[in-house]
Every structure is written in structure tokens, then in C-alpha cells.
Design a protein around this ligand. Structure first.
Ligand SMILES: Cc1cc2nc3c(=O)[nH]c(=O)nc-3n(C[C@H](O)[C@H](O)[C@H](O)COP(=O)(O)OP(=O)(O)OC[C@H]3O[C@@H](n4cnc5c(N)ncnc54)[C@H](O)[C@@H]3O)c2cc1C
Length: 384
């Protein structure tokens, strides 16, 4: 039976996130968006509150609270500051990857540092110029040497790349084509030859950094290799499955904040005579975001129980990001001209939400993955 009802521990984590969102993230969000840069202070608070490794096992310094607690917490935090939340999501994803695929030494060295902020935050370096939706087209290479590996190449759009203390990096280690021959490396931020570029000027999430990286003969030891050589594509795809629950939850938080802002505005502007068109907009927002939350919590529930959840995470990410974008746009319309006002948070929500349909697999990529799965499933049933 499916029962997505959070238990007391999961609700407790969500309550901590809501308190931190209200007391720390919300008051800083507009300034962070305006001034740009990396949300270092907010992340330090999140580390102190134990939110940088929500689903990471306790023995590695995480909360061990599971994917549903993670989803609920991310929604609370994104309701206040989507910029800080994207850095938190990537850190949680990196910590989970190392906890899952790392050797005992890798796990014990890196995961506690990702959870308590000693690594500042983790970064996930997969995308490259010309290899975003199709990471198997990547060109970054890692050549074996008698002292380990030398990484050469470029990455693009790397969240928190300006300040991260640890990078998970994917690179080709053989001439095998496509997804084969890709391996995963753990590269500390101070490794010589790792160059961080200037942060991109983005539409949204302006209070987080997204940077290009250059690896110029970047030398790492043998201990940098994560999992076996040639299995990196699988590591990346498994990480993104979990990551999509985070991005769906982030989208839900932004959509909820926009809907609340529109509701308060409509009540103050129209009193008891809210026009029916606006009532419909609020009703559609609430219905669509609730439907997306059910899909997101289903994926998280499956992940927490160790059951397959890849397809459900794709559905959740597709639905939550698309419906959150629609909800923010409707909320903007409710405010009329005031929706354009930079003194109000709504225009920030509209800018911040847009990328949720793009990163960790665009909506088109989710549809391609889902369609492939649907065709295979019906074929297995002998019905196609
Ligand atoms: C703010 C931000 C933060 C990011 N953070 C990270 C990060 O931390 N780490 C990281 O590795 N990456 C990160 N990314 C990169 C992100 O994951 C990629 O931008 C995304 O995967 C899309 O790749 P692309 O930009 O190269 O677009 P492209 O792959 O060039 O796609 C362009 C368009 O074509 C469509 N398209 C592509 N292929 C197909 C197809 N076969 N069928 C149908 N449509 C297709 C896409 O859906 C899209 O609409 C980030 C991006 C942003 C904007």
C-alpha cells in the first residue's frame, strides 16, 4: 500500500527547515538576489541545523531522515529562497553520491565534511559545452599516470562552482564511445589545475553562483576515482534520479510562495469580491501544485524504501517544474502591474522558477526518458 503520510521524524525535519526558512533565508532572499554572489552565510546556518545531508546516513554525519523528509524540507526552504536551496540540493546530491558509491576512506573523509560545512558545499560537474542534455557526448578526459590521473577539459554551468570545496567530476577514461568509458572523480577545490571561471549572469537564482570550470592538466591521486572506471555514466544517472526529487520539491516551494503572494494580494485588492478569473487562477495553482506534490512524495517514498523510483522521479520533476512555472505566471497576472515591481518578491519567483524545467534534465529529456520506459513496459506485457 502507498502511504505518503510523513512520520513524526520527517515532520520534525520539515519544521526545522520551515523555521530556518522564516528566520534566516526569507529575510536575506531579496538582498541576495539583488547583490548576487554565493549564499555562504545561509549555507553555514543550514550546516549547523543539519540540513546539508538530510538523507545521508547518520554514521556519516547526515540526518538519516530519508527522501521524504528531504523533499518536505527543500519545499520549505525554496518557499523562502530558491537560490540558497539549489546549492543545498546539489550538496545533498553530492553527499549521497559519495556515501553510496565511495570506498570507506572516501565516505569517511568527504561525507562528514559535506554535511557539516567544512567542504563549504559540494558541486556536481557533469555538463559541458555541447554536452548538457546528452552528457554521453562529454569530451573532458582523465588520463592514467603512475601517480593517479590527469584531468583535462571544461565544464559549464556548475552550481556553487565558485566556492565549492569538493567537486564530483565526470571524465572519459577510455576511447569507448558514448556512455561507456566515462568515470567519476572526487576533486578537492584546491587542486592545482582546477580553474573556476566568472559566475554567469543569469535570469534567476541570482543569489547562487553558476560557473564554468577548466581542468588544465589537473592532477589527482588514485584515491580520487569514485566507483570503478567506466561506470561513471551509471553513477551520474543514479545521482540525477535522486536529484530530480530535490528539483521537483524546489519547484513546489517556489510555486507555493507565488500562490500565497497572489492570494494575499487578491484579498487586499478586492476584499470579498475577488473576480472569478482570479479565483480560477488560485484554484488551478492549488490543484496543480497539489497533484505535483503527490507525484513528488510518491517518488521520495519509493526512494526511502529502496524501491525503484527513477521513472516516478522523472514524472515528478516534469510535472512539478512545469506546473510551478504555470503557477508563478498566473500569480504574476493576479498582481497586474505590481507583478513587475522589483520591491515585491513575485517577479523573483517567476525568474527563479524557470530553470527548474531545465536543469537536471529538461522537460523534453524527461518526456523522452518516460516515453522510452512506457514503450518498454508495454512491450514486456506483450501489448505493444
Ligand atoms: C542555473 C543552472 C544551474 C546548473 N547547474 C548545473 C550543475 O550544477 N551541474 C551540471 O553538470 N550542470 C548544471 N546545469 C546545466 C544543466 O543541467 C543543462 O543546462 C541542461 O542539462 C540542458 O543542457 P543544455 O543547456 O546544454 O541544453 P541543450 O542540451 O543544448 O538543449 C537545448 C534545448 O534542446 C532540447 N533538446 C536537447 N536534446 C533533445 C532531444 N534529443 N530531443 C528533444 N529536445 C532536445 C532541450 O530540451 C532544450 O530545450 C545548470 C544549468 C543552469 C541554467
Amino acid at each position: 500500500m502507498l502511504d505518503f503520510q510523513p512520520d513524526a521524524d520527517e515532520l520534525a525535519v520539515a519544521a526545522i527547515a520551515r523555521r530556518v526558512a522564516d528566520e534566516v533565508l526569507r529575510p536575506a532572499a531579496a538582498r541576495l538576489d539583488r547583490e548576487g554572489g554565493f549564499p555562504r552565510e545561509s549555507l553555514a546556518t543550514l550546516a549547523r541545523e543539519g540540513l546539508l545531508g538530510i538523507a545521508v546516513p547518520r554514521e556519516l554525519g547526515g540526518r538519516g531522515a530519508g527522501a521524504l523528509a528531504y523533499s518536505l524540507a527543500v519545499t520549505e526552504l525554496a518557499d523562502a529562497c530558491a537560490s540558497t536551496t539549489v546549492a543545498l540540493c546539489v550538496n545533498n546530491m553530492v553527499a549521497e553520491v559519495v556515501a553510496h558509491f565511495g570506498t570507506a576512506a572516501q565516505r569517511e573523509h568527504h561525507v562528514p565534511r559535506l554535511c557539516d560545512g567544512r567542504h563549504v558545499v559540494g558541486a556536481f560537474a557533469l555538463s559541458e559545452p555541447g554536452a548538457g542534455s546528452d552528457p554521453a557526448a562529454m569530451r573532458t578526459r582523465a588520463r592514467p599516470t603512475d601517480r593517479g590521473w590527469v584531468i583535462s577539459g571544461s565544464k559549464l554551468w556548475i552550481t556553487s562552482g565558485s566556492d565549492a570545496g569538493l567537486f564530483v567530476v565526470w571524465a572519459r577514461t577510455s576511447d569507448d564511445p558514448g556512455a561507456r568509458g566515462i568515470s567519476t572523480f572526487l576533486v578537492p577545490g584546491d587542486t592545482p589545475g582546477l580553474r573556476r571561471g566568472r559566475p554567469e549572469h543569469k535570469l534567476g537564482l541570482c543569489g547562487s553562483t553558476t560557473v564554468p570550470l577548466d581542468f588544465e592538466a589537473c592532477e589527482v591521486g588514485p584515491e580520487a576515482l569514485l566507483d570503478e572506471p567506466g561506470r561513471g555514466f551509471r553513477v551520474a544517472m543514479m545521482a540525477l534520479d535522486g536529484g530530480r526529487i530535490g528539483i521537483a520539491s524546489q519547484a513546489l516551494g517556489i510555486g507555493r510562495a507565488a500562490t500565497r503572494a497572489a492570494t494575499v494580494w487578491a484579498r487586499d485588492r478586492f476584499g470579498t469580491a475577488v473576480p472569478q478569473a482570479i479565483q480560477f487562477a488560485l484554484a488551478d495553482n492549488a490543484t496543480e501544485l497539489d497533484a505535483a506534490a503527490v507525484l513528488t512524495h510518491r517518488a521520495a517514498w519509493l526512494k526511502r524504501r529502496g524501491l525503484p523510483f527513477s521513472q516516478q522521479a522523472s514524472m515528478a520533476k516534469l510535472m512539478a517544474s512545469e506546473r510551478a512555472v504555470a503557477s508563478c505566471n498566473r500569480a504574476l497576472a493576479v498582481l497586474g502591474a505590481a507583478g513587475q515591481d522589483r520591491e515585491l518578491p513575485l517577479e523573483r519567483f517567476v525568474r527563479d522558477v524557470r530553470v527548474t524545467t531545465i536543469y537536471e534534465g529538461t522537460s523534453e529529456v524527461q518526456r523522452i526518458v518516460l516515453a522510452r520506459d512506457i514503450v518498454r513496459r508495454f512491450a514486456e506485457q506483450g501489448r505493444a
